[in-house]
Design a protein around this ligand. Structure first.
Ligand SMILES: [Zn+2]
Length: 236
């Protein structure tokens, strides 16, 4: 009787140990899987940083999604120069070309603008740092750290942001305006733009321009960082 009890107790103990082992294995597996997920997430962030313009992992979340050059089908730049950041100016433009309201149309428009700037104007790349579509997305032009070709005297110390379309008699939609706001905030948070930056419309920075279109120019004059007057060549 005692022997039988012992056997039963032993079997019970063995089963308990087996269960414990299974639980331990499951815990270890879960830990490994979670670790993998973290690595993958980190990698995703890292890739977004490089593609979106070399931002730090920890703050990339503060930014809107930036459509990468790969995504919109950019040609490689012919050449580039480093731009020191944070820069003190934002120069706002319109492209004076058709508007776009969908991802596919905006990607196509990005390629047309880049072709025009590289093949007709003879520049190294699309002129602006970032462009914005009325699909509400930000498209990477030259990015944060590259000198632009959008406004002489300011190219090496400004973010050139251009809304795709002509805004002489009408305004861009709310989505596009919000995207401009988001990319500016992202630039400040990531120390690419000074927090006390000055905003000019292109016509204030370069003589004989109507950019960014009268309707849009009227609107940006209500934005907090806009400063009046013409500033070519800049005093500072
Ligand atoms: Zn312009």
């Amino acid at each position: 009787m005692n022997d039988t009890r012992h056997i039963v107790t032993d079997i019970g103990e063995i089963m308990w140990k087996c269960n414990l082992t299974v639980v331990l294995i499951l815990v270890v597996c879960k830990a490994i899987c979670d670790g993998r997920k973290d690595i993958q997430n980190d990698h995703k962030h890292w890739k977004a940083d490089i593609d979106g313009g070399r931002l730090m992992n920890s703050v990339v979340k503060a930014c809107p999604r930036v459509v990468t050059r790969e995504e919109w089908g950019a040609r490689p730049a012919k050449d580039r120069s480093d731009m020191a950041t944070p820069v003190p100016f934002v120069i706002l433009h319109h492209t004076d070309m058709p508007e776009c309201f969908t991802f596919d149309d905006c990607c196509k428009m990005m390629r047309s603008i880049q072709d025009f700037h590289m093949d007709v104007r003879g520049w190294n790349d699309i002129a602006y740092s970032f462009l914005v579509g009325e699909d509400g997305l930000v498209y990477r032009g030259r990015g944060w750290d590259t000198v632009g070709s959008h406004a002489p005297w300011y190219n090496f110390r400004s973010l050139g942001i251009s809304i795709m379309g002509n805004f002489t008699t009408k305004l861009p939609n709310q989505k596009a305006i919000e995207a401009v706001d988001e990319i500016i905030n992202c630039a400040i948070v990531n120390n690419k733009l000074k927090s006390d930056y000055i905003l000019y419309g292109h016509r204030q920075a370069t003589p004989n321009r109507t950019c960014p279109g009268q309707a849009l120019f009227d609107m940006i004059q209500t934005w907090p960082h806009w400063k009046p007057g013409n500033h070519f060549p800049p005093k500072q």
